[in-house]
Design a binder for this molecule. Structure first.
Ligand code: FES
Length: 181
């Protein structure tokens, strides 16, 4: 199978979107056997590289693939995995599924908002945390559940929230003891 011709597009390089990252994305796109059906794969890669998918990167991908920008925007907004805003170093996900909700998840998330000074999907000023409300993460028996990156905290109480946050401040975030397996 012949590879698709490379489409030359000028990258919207800026302080936050450095050239090396576009080069890495180009290299990934150029090594694909086919670009048909590869949009999601490319978006995953782009989010890995840039940490998020700002509009300029989405448009760049659309031009590279020679497809309408609206098609890319549509896919990005459809999948909650994709984010158009930068993320903090740690992502705090508060489950708002039914089991967690009836066990007080709304109070838990409010407390996180208050302590971090941000709303859902925002990033703290120091760039350390992003707060997200998520749907059931499949640990209903431990409701209410909070995840910080890939660490799961079960039966979380409001008074434990400070401790959870502080355990990631000034730490590399690798050795938390409250992990539930
Ligand atoms: S509802 Fe929260 S883990 Fe299922």
């Amino acid at each position: 199978m012949t590879k698709p011709a490379e489409i030359s597009v000028t990258a919207p390089v800026s302080e936050h979107l450095p050239k090396e990252k576009f080069d890495e994305l180009d290299a990934f796109i150029n090594q694909l056997e086919t670009r048909e059906g590869a949009l999601i794969e490319i978006l995953h890669k782009a989010q890995n590289i840039f940490g998020y998918l700002p509009r300029d990167v989405q448009l760049y991908i659309a031009r590279k693939l020679d497809i309408p920008g609206a098609e890319v925007f549509g896919v990005v907004s459809f999948y909650s995995y994709f984010t158009t805003k930068p993320r903090g170093k740690h992502t705090i996900s508060v489950c708002m599924g039914t089991a967690c909700f009836v066990r007080g998840a709304d109070r838990i998330i409010e407390r996180f908002k208050e302590k971090l000074g941000i709303e859902s999907n925002e990033i703290t000023e120091d760039g350390l945390f992003t707060l997200k409300d998520v749907r059931c993460i499949g640990a209903c028996g431990l409701a209410p559940v909070v995840m910080v990156d890939d660490k799961v905290y079960g039966r979380v109480k409001e008074e434990e929230i400070d401790e959870i946050i502080n355990s990631f401040r000034g730490k590399k975030g690798g050795e938390n003891e409250n992990k539930v397996h």
